[in-house]
Every structure is written in structure tokens, then in C-alpha cells.
Design a binder for this molecule. Sequence first.
Ligand code: ATP
Ligand code: MG
Length: 349
Amino acid sequence: MERSYTPAVIWDRRRRVDDVKPAVPPVNSFAEVLEDAPVMALLIQTGSGVIDANDAARAFFEIDPARLPASLVEVTLEGRLVDVLAAAETYAEVNLVHHRRTVRCTLVPGPRPRQTLMFLADITELRHLATVRQEFVANLVHELKTPLTSLRLAAESLMGDPALADRKRFAARVVKEADLLTKIIDNLRQLGDIETKSMAVETTQFDLGELVRESVVRLGIDRPVNTDMPDALTITTDRPKLVQAFDNLLDNAAKFSPPGTPIDIHGEIAGSEIRLSVRDHGPGISPEHWSRVFERFYKVDRARPREAGGFGLGLAITKHLVQVLGGRIWTESARDGGQVFTIALPRNS
Ligand SMILES: Nc1ncnc2c1ncn2[C@@H]1O[C@H](COP(=O)(O)OP(=O)(O)OP(=O)(O)O)[C@@H](O)[C@H]1O
Ligand SMILES: [Mg+2]
């Protein structure tokens, strides 16, 4: 008797005749597994086109089985798949134009003569992740190179046995660059911790106004800070994480707006959320960057002097922290200039 998992029976499921009675009933036969497989499968017959499609393929390409057989392009609306079939490429990666996904396409001989099985696996996320990883490495290399070059120059200058004043200057530079490298590493480690969800959340109840006042003092904000929030705005959440998220926003507001211009902090209850926003009176950010500023290493003005800016990690960390706390964060323009960043956290976390 023919083994029930040979390809010949895959497409016979609906046509199967009951004259072959295996000793062990073919529960979960290979045909059934393929029907429910998480990979798309199309059976193509030379001259007729697509003659069958499994569940995943029917769902993805919205195929009505009653309309089969039909040509491959009619069924999929993807000319590139027709090219793959015509070229008999056994393996191809195809960017689908109509469906806007990337699929890995594998061709194998079908169960009968002049038949081909086309398997399609959606690898869009995989490709996206690979791109994100490449960009991440490129950014990291870029960010590490500058302090390392500067570190090396300072060390070389020290080796030339300079005068005492210069020696101190070069040594101070070595310390500063080493601190910068440490900050990058700390930030990356923290992002890693957050992403692998190895971060414990410890909630306490505290007053939000007090947190704001402490941050303003700790960061040494030497400009007018206008705070507008209810007298007792208590919140239950992980305080150190909220402090770090808020500090990043306050630090940016001070860093990216002219000295002496005020920073406005607003706190309020909005439905089931408590919202805390930081607004500066600087040049703001044009809208096309609003979502991207939360990406790792993203800086709007790459040409900004290094002394004035950071690594573009602050908002990525802030966003992750806020998400760990079950909240959300966004940015928008203030009505009369400047940028507003708002953190919204659930009132009862
Ligand atoms: N209040 C703001 N006004 C104008 N631009 C801003 C503001 N906040 C953030 N940005 C822009 O968003 C970018 C990303 O901010 P983020 O805090 O992630 O990085 P950073 O401050 O440059 O460095 P880091 O926070 O790692 O020290 C900044 O480089 C800046 O271009
Ligand atoms: Mg920052």
C-alpha cells in the first residue's frame, strides 16, 4: 500500500476514494497537515495553471476554490511569481508588489507529471529584523568611532610628554571620552534588559508633583520651569522608571531649546490615564521625525556638535520604560512653537 504521506495524496484529499482502507486510519495524513500548514502551497499544472491551493494560500491570495483552475497571475496577481515559475527557479526570494510582502518561494516537482508545487513562506518580518539589526550595528560603529578616535589622539599627545597644563587637558579628555563610552554601554545594556523583559516592575504610590520638583533640581535646570498640575496628583507605578523616563524628556527640552527659554510641565488626569507632558520653547521637530525620534540612535540633526548632543538613545529608552509601565508616549508641536512630549500612564497600574 502506498504510504499516506507521499505527495501524491496531498491534493487528493477531497478526491480520495475510500477503496483503500489502511490498517491504521490516516488521521492527520500528510495531506491534512499541508492543508493547515503555516506555509502557503499552490499546485500548478502545466497548461491549466493553479489547480489547487491549501488553506494558507487561499486566505492570503483570497482564492475561491470554485474558480480553479486559473492562471497563476490570475490567482495571485503577482507577475514576479510567474517569472519564478517560468525560470523554474527552485528557490527565490520575491517582493510581492500587489500584496506588499516578501516571500520565500520554493518550487518542487508535483505529485503527477507536469505538475509543480509552489511553497510560499512570508518572511517580511524576518527581512525587516535583519535590516533593523544591520542599521543598529552601523549606528553603533558610528557612535563608538568618534570617542575612540578622540581617546587615541589624547593618549598619543600624552605620550609626547607635553607641558603640565596640556597633560592635564589631555588627561581630562581621556576621562571624558571614557565616560561617554561608558554611557553608551550603560544605555545599550538597559535597552537590552528592557527588550528581553528581564526588568522587574516595583510599584509604589507617590505624588507626581514631587517627582517633577526633584528632577528639576537634580538635572540643574537653570531656566524658568512652569509647573501646572493638580495639588495632589498621586500615581501608583514604578517610581525610578518614571523618573528616568521623565528626566530624559526634561534633559531634551533643556538641550534642544535656547538657554533662558522656559520649560512648561503639565500634569492631569484624563479618563483612566494620568498624563505628564514636557514642553519647551525651542525650534521643535518637524512632523516627519515624530515617530522616528523614538528609534535607537535616531537624531534629527546629525551634524549637531557632539558636545551638545547625546547618542540618540534617550527617547528609545524612555519609550520602552513607558511601555514597561503599561503606558504610551507621543510627541507633537506646541500651538505657539516648541515641542511637547507626553507620557500617559494608567491611573491604576
Ligand atoms: N525637545 C526637543 N526639541 C527638539 N528636538 C528634540 C527634542 N527632543 C528630542 N529631539 C530630537 O530627537 C533626537 C532623539 O532624542 P534622544 O533623547 O533619543 O537622543 P539625544 O538626546 O540626542 O541623546 P541621548 O538622549 O542618548 O543623550 C534628538 O537627537 C533630537 O534631534
Ligand atoms: Mg536625550
